[in-house]
Design a protein around this ligand. Structure first.
Ligand SMILES: NC(=O)C1=CN([C@@H]2O[C@H](COP(=O)(O)OP(=O)(O)OC[C@H]3O[C@@H](n4cnc5c(N)ncnc54)[C@H](O)[C@@H]3O)[C@@H](O)[C@H]2O)C=CC1
Ligand SMILES: O=C(O)/C=C/C=C(\O)C(=O)O
Length: 510
């Protein structure tokens, strides 16, 4: 097992090589020159690249070619412990810094990502499979995550009350401690920074673990922290899988809170693993199987564009995607025809549709499409992709009808470019279909009827309801799910709840 002195220059060399490629052409040419070699990543602990020499590595592939792209260390419990210890030491200082100091630090990080926007977008697109255009949108959101919290902390307010002119009560908040920040592979930089930014803004320190499937943008982010002179140990990045690295991290007794985004099964495991550690703050944002409800009064063209975007953006690999479309019977047939034509024209593979993230994920999506064939669903668009993909993990947008509402296709999260369309009679049936799923993350409601917006919108069991739009975000609003889609909310003051401890002081007259 490596010691604290086993730093080598592998991490620095990899960063330098990646950092020089800030255009798609340069990055692709670097990838081609690698042959069967791959970029080795290293943990970033106390601002130093450092991974034990005995560590095993995972191969991570470029989804658009299927070729090996990076080697991701599976950090052991000892490596995780080292990161947590350093984050704990750093917490002593960072938690006492002023808001102005933390705000300035986040400001520097914002600026550095802004200056390297294309670099991040290019590598995110290569690592995750998403289109470059989509990657740029997500880098912009990473920038907003830091800029939003850099100013939020300067303006936050605490409640002060006077009781009968004799006692003053006031809220006093302190940073909660070292956090485990665990993110998934679908929007790697966007979701990891959605956790790191509030964590350090509110005075906590972090041990972050990106998905082992998409670790590159997290690795590049470490260079931003170094260049921004973020004090050592404030953000530590450990790489690895869930079973070894993630599990050791969430169970560590010095971890005071966990912000996790990922699959529901993993969320359940994390709750079990930490059930005895009552002190841990838990924020879990889990899976969705989100409904899009389309009423007969809609402007058809706009409704089609919104429903298509909600279904197929980022290849359907967003937990907020509307993968169950329900359409009022009177317009059902017209909708199916026009929606299919729209998607066929606007969501072409290799243009607006990228590759899905990995071979196992390709096989997962394919298994649902095989089930659709077995169950005699109608493929309005798309077909069963080959069992062994040859040049990358490409799946065309697929629109299914004649699927039973109880089929696994309509009840389980597929997380790919697959959508079902199903008719409903009236509002009551629409609400019942929408709510007939154990998840409750998001929903889209498409109607021009103002009264219906409230009548239906307020009955939908979802943490986020988008009316005549999708994925419109304001970072101060509560973000998270109901039912099996998670625990807690993040965003603005909700993130403050996650990352701080609250004590209420009662001070009588004296
Ligand atoms: N935001 C969302 O709602 C997401 C949902 N998913 C869903 O989950 C399915 C499985 O995808 P996965 O990549 O396997 O997601 P996952 O939930 O296994 O991975 C998410 C993160 O959790 C980590 N992790 C896994 N097991 C852990 C454990 N026991 N303790 C701590 N950390 C752990 C992973 O290394 C990764 O960083 C997908 O097919 C999709 O349906 C996947 C990604 C995001
Ligand atoms: O915060 C957002 O705007 C989007 C979040 C998306 C996810 O959490 C996800 O797809 O996993």
């Amino acid at each position: 097992m490596g010691s604290r002195n086993d730093t080598d220059n592998v991490g620095t060399e990899t960063i330098t090589a990646l950092w020089e490629c800030n255009t798609l052409e340069k990055a692709q040419s670097l990838c081609s020159s690698l042959g069967s070699a791959a970029f080795p990543l290293q943990n970033f602990i106390s601002n130093t690249y450092n991974t034990s020499t005995s560590t095993e590595y995972l191969d991570s592939h470029n989804p658009k070619t299927g070729k090996i792209f990076s080697r991701v260390p599976i950090s052991s419990a000892e490596e995780v412990d080292r990161a947590v210890q350093d984050a704990t030491e750093a917490f002593a200082g960072w938690s006492k810094t002023t808001r102005a100091v933390r705000s300035a630090c986040l400001g520097k990080i914002t600026k550095l990502i802004e200056e390297n926007r294309e670099l991040f977008a290019v590598w995110e697109s290569i690592d995750q499979g998403k289109t470059l255009e989509r990657a740029r949108i997500e880098v912009d959101r990473a920038i907003s995550n830091f800029s939003y919290f850099s100013t939020y902390i300067l303006h936050e307010e605490n409640t002060v009350r006077m009781i009968d002119n004799v006692a003053l009560t006031y809220e006093h908040r302190s940073p909660a401690g070292v956090f485990a920040l665990i993110s998934p592979w679908n929007m790697p930089l966007y979701l990891l920074t959605w956790k790191i930014a509030p964590c350090i803004a509110f005075g906590c320190t972090a041990v972050a673990k990106p998905s082992e499937v998409t670790s590159i943008s997290a690795f590049l982010l470490t260079e931003v922290f170094r260049r921004a002179s973020l004090p050592a140990g404030v953000v530590n990045m450990v790489f690895g899988n869930g079973a070894t690295t993630g599990s050791a991290l969430v169970k560590h007794d010095k971890i005071k809170g966990i912000s996790f985004t990922g699959g529901t099964a993993t969320g359940i495991q994390i709750r079990k693993d930490t059930a005895h550690q009552i002190y841990k703050h838990l924020s879990l944002e889990l899976g969705g199987k989100n409904p899009t409800l389309i009423f007969e009064d809609v402007d058809m063209e706009k409704a089609i564009a919104t429903a298509a975007m909600a279904a197929f953006e980022n290849q359907g690999e967003i937990c907020l995607c509307g993968s169950r479309i329900y359409v009022q019977k009177s317009i059902y047939a017209t909708f199916v025809t026009q929606f299919t034509a729209h998607v066929a024209e606007k969501y072409q593979v290799g243009q607006r549709i990228g590759a899905v993230v990995s071979l196992p994920h390709y096989q997962k999506i394919r298994s649902y499409l095989a089930l659709a064939e077995d169950e005699k669903a109608v493929f309005e668009l798309g077909s069963l992709p080959p069992s062994t993909p040859e040049n990358g993990y490409w799946i065309a947008p697929t629109i299914l009808t004649s699927v039973s509402p109880t089929s696994r296709i309509m009840t389980e999260e597929i997380f790919g470019p697959v959508v079902t369309i199903y008719p409903f009679e009236d509002e009551a049936e629409a609400v019942s279909l929408a709510n007939g799923n154990p998840n409750g993350l998001a929903a889209v409601l498409l109607t021009k009827d103002g009264a219906r917006i409230r009548r239906v919108g307020e009955k939908i069991e979802a943490g986020l309801v988008w009316v005549n739009c999708w994925l419109v975000r304001e970072l101060g609003t509560g973000f998270g799910g109901m039912k099996n889609s998670g625990t807690g909310r993040e965003g603005g003051a909700f993130s403050r709840e996650v990352f701080t401890n609250l004590r209420t002081l009662h001070v009588p007259d004296f």
